[in-house]
Structure formats: structure tokens, C-alpha cells
Design a protein around this ligand. Structure first.
Ligand code: GLN
Length: 446
């Protein structure tokens, strides 16, 4: 733990961490030592972990990278945090991200952008930019993240690490600061699938305190690691390899395809044409849910409160205006618009219907293939400021949002570099509750 704390201190320029408290970390490390001495420890006891600042923690501030929650301390630990703590994992602190997990480049954090350790001009990806940067720079062996529409997979790809979003509902959402409740999924990042598997086994599981928690047995996700992939059917959705995709990324994904073919997997030509509607559907649904979830930040119950207000109305208005950044405000406006009387049917309801069609399309596809191989993003990490126009940033989510809308497990694994040395990721997606297969496939490649 001390070694990682020293590394975090030595790499403060990355701005990957928002809150570090060495005394609390070292105290947890001492307790882990005691657990081990008393023979009570497990495989993960003493292994350090860092949490995205979307998970609430009792001992570190929980801000969701927003000014709105500056200095906020939660009275309880998120279930994911509590589960890993109970295993004796040692928390190194809280990680930078986009404000309320809204973004794809970590440029929306109220506490400054986070840097990509491979290239200081490149974005680390987002929203879990701090998790990706910290894992890539080896400031932590494993990090939690959240994925609503790609926030674990895209930054993992941009920083050259492995990221896994489990099936929606499999990890608890209790204590995850809400963005879009029907999509938000606790996730993990680590150097490889082999590092993720044992942590995932302890992280997921039914939580009676989360109304959307899946009552599905936990399992040993390491059990398929190293097993042959011979005979497995891997589909590549044809229309996802169109002009939007950079030739460098395309070539790397094809090399993964060829590797799997050489190992005896069956490569299947298929398509997911509905998935091209993923971006508009996602930004309607996610914004609608965000506008509802963020209504709790009223300056009264908790968080930032504007000073010297004459009326209640002014207090709420000014607290939200001063406490929230541009991106959450944009989503609240989109969300209230699509939910408002007169527009609800045309936008929100329509988006829900197309969401169902996307999910059905995947369901049909998985009757024929075991997994889908695709790009994570149309290109590698871009430069800071390059996607200042929000719509151009939203469009970059085209390959990650379909699995989110369908609630499917999906992961990103490193598969090479661009000519300028920026990492490239490949995405694997399976049917619900098939994380063990995802990890097996990623491990075979790694
Ligand atoms: N980039 C997407 C967005 O801005 C996804 C974010 C996420 O998964 N939290 O909404």
C-alpha cells in the first residue's frame, strides 16, 4: 500500500486521484495484515484498489467530480466498496472522472482534467478517466469504474488497459451516485482479464437494498481462464466496420479476429443494423433519467448551497446554477425536454421502443454466436479540446451504447497501438450473465 501511495504522490501530474488519505489506507493495510495473520484472509486480502468517485465512501470524499458535492462525505459505503473492503482489499483513494459520469474524455471534471499516461496531449477517455489513467500508470493494480454508455470500455481502450462492464443488475447500484438508473453498472479496470476475474467474483451479487439487483448466483469468474476457445462462434457486425472506423483500429480488430480463428474459433459474418440508432436512443433515455436523478441537488438536502438567497426558489435555482457544470446542465435540459408533455411520446417513448428493438436484435444474434467482437471507439484517444462540440463527443459512443441499452456484459481489451503510439482497444460482448466467457476470450488473446 505504501508503495502505491508513493507512486500516486510521484504522479500527481496525472490528476488521476481526487482524494488520497494515506493514514486511512495504511490503517486498512494493517487490518489486512491482521486478517492474514489470523488466517481469516482470502485471495484479495491486502490487494490495493481505488474507487471511481461515483461510489460513495465513508472515509473519503464522494463528489462525482462535481462542485455540487464538494466536501461531501457519505454516511455509508457503496455496496461494491463494502464488499471489496470485507475481502480485505485496501482502498487507495478516490478517482477522477467526468462530472456525474457524463462525458467521454474526462474533460468535464470540476476538479480538472485527468491525463493519459501514454501521451499528455491525449484524453484518457471517460467518464472513468481516472480509473484508466491510474491503472495504466500502475498507481493501483485494480480500479472500480462505472459504465452507463461506455464509461469503462472507452477509457480502458484509450489508456491500454482491460475494462469490464458486467450484466446490468449483477453488481449493486446502492451507493453509486445515480446518472441513468436503467443503465448504470459498476465495472472494473485492471491490466488484464486475469486481474479482473477474482475481483469481479467478489464484487457482484444480489443486493436486497437495490430494487434492480439481479437475483443471480455469484460465480468464480476465473474458472474458464486458460481454457481452449476452439469451436466458439465469434460474430463481427458488418456495418460496424464502415467509414466511421479508423483504418488503424480496423486493422487491429482484424488481427484479433485472425488470432481467434487460428485458435479454432469460428468467425461468423453477421450484422446488428438497429444498433446504429444506439446513440440517439441512449442520449434521450440517459438524459431523461439524469434529469430526474439530478433533481435531488436542490441546495437543501445536501451538497452545495448558494449564499444570501432571499427566497426558496432563488436558493434552488442559484445552488443548481452555481453547483452544476455545463454538461450536467445540458443533460438536464435535454432530459426535461424529452419528458415534457407533448414531447414525451415523440422522444422518450419512441426511444424506449427502439431500445427494446436493439435488445431483441442482440438476443437473436446470440442464438447464433457466442460473442461479438467489435471496435470500442472509432479511433484511438484524441487530443484535449478536439471534441469540444458535445455532439461530436456523443457520436464517438456508437460502439459502446448498444450493449448498455441491452444490459449486456461487455469488455474492452488492449489490442495494439496507432502509429503515433496511442493504445487501441477491442470490444467483446456476450449474452447476459456470460462474463466468464468474456474473460476467457480476453484471456486467450492476452
Ligand atoms: N460517454 C457517455 C456519456 O457521456 C457514457 C458515459 C458513461 O458511461 N457514464 O453519457
Amino acid at each position: 500500500a505504501q508503495q502505491f501511495l508513493d507512486r500516486i504522490e510521484a504522479h500527481r501530474e496525472l490528476n488521476a486521484f481526487l482524494d488520497v488519505r494515506p493514514e486511512v489506507t495504511l490503517d486498512q493495510a494493517r487490518r489486512a495484515d491482521e486478517m492474514l495473520e489470523q488466517g481469516k484472509g482470502g485471495f484479495l486480502t491486502g490487494v490495493p484498489v481505488a474507487h471511481k468517485d461515483i461510489f460513495v465512501t465513508k472515509e473519503w470524499f464522494s463528489t462525482a467530480a462535481s462542485r455540487m458535492l464538494k466536501g461531501y462525505k457519505s454516511p455509508f459505503d457503496a455496496t461494491v466498496v463494502a464488499r471489496l473492503k470485507a475481502e480485505g482489499m485496501v482502498c487507495l483513494g478516490k478517482l477522477n472522472c467526468d462530472e456525474f459520469a457524463m462525458g467521454s474524455a474526462n474533460e468535464n471534471s470540476a476538479y480538472g482534467k485527468c491525463f493519459n499516461p501514454w501521451d499528455s496531449r491525449a484524453v484518457p477517455g471517460g467518464s472513468s478517466g481516472g480509473s484508466a489513467s491510474a491503472v495504466a500508470a500502475r498507481l493501483t493494480p485494480v480500479a472500480t469504474a462505472t459504465d452507463t454508455g461506455g464509461s469503462v470500455r472507452e477509457p480502458a481502450a484509450f489508456c491500454g488497459v482491460t475494462g469490464l462492464k458486467p450484466t446490468y443488475g449483477r453488481p449493486s447500484r446502492l451507493g453509486m451516485i445515480a446518472f441513468a438508473s436503467s443503465l448504470d453498472t459498476a465495472s472494473l479496470m485492471a491490466p488484464s482479464a486475469r486481474d479482473i476475474a477474482p475481483v469481479l467474483s467478489k464484487m457482484v451479487g444480489f443486493d436486497p437494498k437495490d430494487s434492480t439487483s439481479a437475483d443471480h448466483p455469484t460465480e468464480d469468474f476465473s474458472r474458464n481462464l486458460g481454457k481452449s476457445i476452439e469451436g466458439l462462434r465469434i460474430g463481427l457486425p458488418r456495418s460496424w466496420f464502415s467509414e466511421q472506423l479508423s483504418p488503424e483500429v480496423r486493422a487491429r480488430i482484424e488481427s484479433v479476429r485472425d488470432f481467434y480463428r487460428d485458435r479454432g474459433a469460428v468467425i461468423v459474418d453477421m450484422d446488428l443494423p438497429m444498433a446504429k440508432l444506439g446513440v440517439p436512443v441512449y442520449y434521450v433515455v440517459a438524459s431523461a433519467e439524469a434529469s430526474s436523478n439530478l433533481s435531488r441537488y436542490d441546495g437543501i438536502r445536501y451538497g452545495y448551497r448558494a449564499k444570501d438567497c432571499a427566497t426558496m426558489d432563488e436558493l434552488i435555482r442559484r445552488s443548481r446554477n452555481e453547483g452544476l457544470g455545463d454538461e450536467p446542465k445540458r443533460r438536464i435540459m435535454i432530459g426535461t425536454y424529452v419528458l415534457s408533455h407533448g414531447y414525451y411520446d415523440a422522444y422518450y417513448l419512441k426511444a424506449q421502443k427502439v431500445r427494446r428493438l436493439i435488445a431483441q436484435e442482440f438476443q437473436k444474434a446470440f442464438a447464433d454466436v457466442d460473442a461479438i467482437l467489435s471496435p470500442v471507439a472509432p479511433g484511438a484517444a484524441y487530443d484535449f479540446g478536439e471534441k469540444a462540440d458535445p455532439v461530436s463527443a456523443y457520436l464517438g459512443d456508437l460502439y459502446t451504447v448498444p450493449a448498455s441499452l441491452a444490459g449486456l456484459p461487455s469488455m474492452s481489451m488492449p489490442c495494439g497501438f496507432t502509429g503515433s503510439g496511442r493504445p487501441i482497444g477491442a470490444q467483446l460482448t456476450t449474452a447476459p450473465f456470460n462474463e466468464a466467457l468474456l474473460l476467457q476470450l480476453a484471456d486467450a488473446w492476452q
